[in-house]
Design a protein around this ligand. Structure first.
Ligand SMILES: Nc1ncnc2c1ncn2[C@@H]1O[C@H](COP(=O)(O)OP(=O)(O)O)[C@@H](O)[C@H]1O
Ligand SMILES: N[C@@H](CCOP(=O)(O)O)C(=O)O
Length: 298
């Protein structure tokens, strides 16, 4: 039996739609996995009542198929589904790491990215890799043209999660079909600024790059209170604020010492709009880890 902790992630960061992602130090899914002749799933924890235990409908089932590795799997959800925190990806990444180890498949973490992305296709219909890459590799990741680049970072974030649900598949349907040239120029500029900020561990540069004129405005309209929460976070000292993944989570990058104030301001902003919310004071974290290995006692 293996126990794996796979972290939540925040994709896009405004200017990096389907490209940027960051592993968060918390929350996380915890998976207990053991070999079996046929695959069975149990799901407990945050939002587990909305997650199918049928392997064909769960992201981990696709990973089992990809690795030809049947198993008995118990998922303890720390990452609520439909949160914008890579919930479906965390389970897929955790399963990929556990099954690769249990069945001695020998894949590197980079090679597991497309494997875990098959799980994302189960959840959203599209095998986007910007959540599974950081959940597997940790740090800040750039997925472009089939290649994954990783950068370490020490930045601090607050992620505020309202008590509403936005599914990634619905949030992809509201996106426009195309963008104008000036929007493209603005997005490339912001994405470049953000990447430079990550390289320098500079929250102000990252914050300046954390917006885009096409994707974020379309998604923000699905989140009641977004404008208020955005403004409150900035007033409290956040260096940048945007929709986390496809929402409804909202992520703020924070200069040192301001996390608590920003978290309170964001929760208060949602509450003033009649929406319950909780905040995670978090930072850039590591990729999925095997936290317990009982293979030798099998
Ligand atoms: N292991 C899993 N963990 C979370 N969600 C899952 C899992 N397997 C299937 N799903 C489905 O995926 C959807 C949630 O995925 P998604 O909308 O991408 O949420 P998030 O933005 O938090 O990743 C839900 O419909 C959920 O039932
Ligand atoms: N690039 C994807 C990311 C979805 O992230 P999630 O955490 O909401 O699953 C998108 O923006 O659709």
């Amino acid at each position: 039996m293996l126990t794996v902790r796979a972290p939540a992630t925040s994709a896009n960061l405004g200017s990096g739609f389907d490209v940027f992602g960051v592993a968060l130090s918390g929350p996380a899914d915890v998976l207990r996995v053991e070999k079996a002749t046929r695959t069975t799933l149990t799901v407990v924890g945050s939002g587990s009542q909305y997650i199918p235990e049928d392997p064909k409908k769960n992201t981990v089932g696709a990973v089992v198929d990809e690795l030809d590795a049947p198993a008995r799997i118990r998922i303890d959800k720390g990452v609520r589904p439909a949160s914008g925190l890579g919930s479906s990806a965390a389970s897929a990444a955790g399963a990929a790491v556990a099954l690769n180890e249990l069945y001695d498949r020998g894949y590197s973490r980079e090679e597991l990215v497309p494997v875990a992305a098959k799980g994302e296709a189960v959840a959203t219909g599209e095998a986007h890799k910007d959540n599974v890459a950081p959940s597997l590799l940790g740090g800040f990741t750039i997925v472009a043209d089939g290649c994954v680049t990783t950068m370490e970072s020490d930045l601090s974030f607050v992620v505020c999660l309202p008590d509403v649900v936005v599914s990634t598949s619905n949030a992809r349907k509201v996106l426009p079909d195309g963008a104008r040239l000036d929007e493209l120029v603005e997005t490339v500029g912001n994405a470049s600024t953000l990447t430079a900020g990550i390289a320098r561990d500079d929250p102000y540069l990252v914050g300046r790059g954390m917006s885009d004129p096409v994707i974020t405005p379309a998604r923000a309209s699905l989140i009641d209170g977004y404008e208020t929460v955005h403004n409150r976070a900035v007033e409290a000292g956040a260096a940048g604020v945007t929709v986390s993944g496809s929402g409804p989570g909202v992520i703020a990058v924070c200069p040192d010492g301001l996390q608590r104030r920003v978290a309170a301001a964001m929760v208060g902003g949602f509450e003033d709009c009649g929406v319950d919310a909780r905040a995670y004071q978090t930072g850039v974290g590591e990729g999925a880890q095997i936290v317990r290995n009982e293979r030798n006692s099998e």
